[in-house]
Design a protein around this ligand. Sequence first.
Ligand SMILES: Nc1ncnc2c1ncn2[C@@H]1O[C@H](COP(=O)(O)OP(=O)(O)OP(=O)(O)O)[C@@H](O)[C@H]1O
Ligand SMILES: [Mg+2]
Length: 255
Amino acid sequence: MDAPCNEIVLESSTYLEEDTNGSVESDDTRIVEVKNCHKTYLHGIEGVAALRGVNLSVKRGEFVMLYGTSGGGKSTLLNLIGTIDRPTKGTIKICETLISDRTPDSELAELRLKRLGFVFQTFNLISQLTAIENVELPLTLQGELAVAERRARCRQLLKSVGMEERMYHLPSQLSGGEQQRVTIARALVNWPDILLLDEPTGDLDTKNTELVMRMLVDLNKRYGITMIMVTHDIHLRNYADRIVHLRDGKVRRMN
Ligand SMILES: Nc1ncnc2c1ncn2[C@@H]1O[C@H](COP(=O)(O)OP(=O)(O)OP(=O)(O)O)[C@@H](O)[C@H]1O
Ligand SMILES: [Mg+2]
């Protein structure tokens, strides 16, 4: 760990102190509660049991890493927590909101917008937009902030991830590590409570992996953003507070 960590300075430091109702939450609040969750995908006439009775609680401010065999259900679990998908059976509580197969789409969309940020292995930046335009896009679509306010927030976020000098570059003009830092800035643009990361360093070299991990730990420690990250890289385990192993759709081990 020789590279200095980027200084993360965010304007909105309401993390940990307030929820959207303004009430104070204690550090040990369970921000994610997965109870007896099953997910079966229909594949033709067959069902593929991706999750088979998963229980998992995550405290606010925790950094949890999910490891496990390929096909073990890691991405499926992350998608359920991210409300991208719904459980076939069981319940999930995210920031006090109970999610079941009957939760309306509008409620899930609200949760995704206000509480959750996503980072995937592939950077998923829009190639025709500059770094700052990519970060700004969720705010533009939301249409709540004035242009100057949006720009100021995005500029600050890009500065926080060490990308200020390249904010007018297109994705094709950035390295993989730089693109991933832009996607992290984009994931933070709505000040989420939870960042869900699916193999975010999968396409990065060792140096950029370390840079991104140190940034994530800094965000986690400084602002209490809860991190749930899927990875296959055993060298990253020391960055986490807790490790969860998934195999064949079940939690096999926690440490
Ligand atoms: N949309 C889908 N339709 C059918 N089966 C699916 C679908 N998505 C995932 N699966 C199956 O569910 C199981 C769990 O998949 P999942 O993507 O969660 O695994 P994973 O642990 O993330 O694996 P990897 O480490 O390879 O990314 C696998 O058997 C997979 O083939
Ligand atoms: Mg996966």
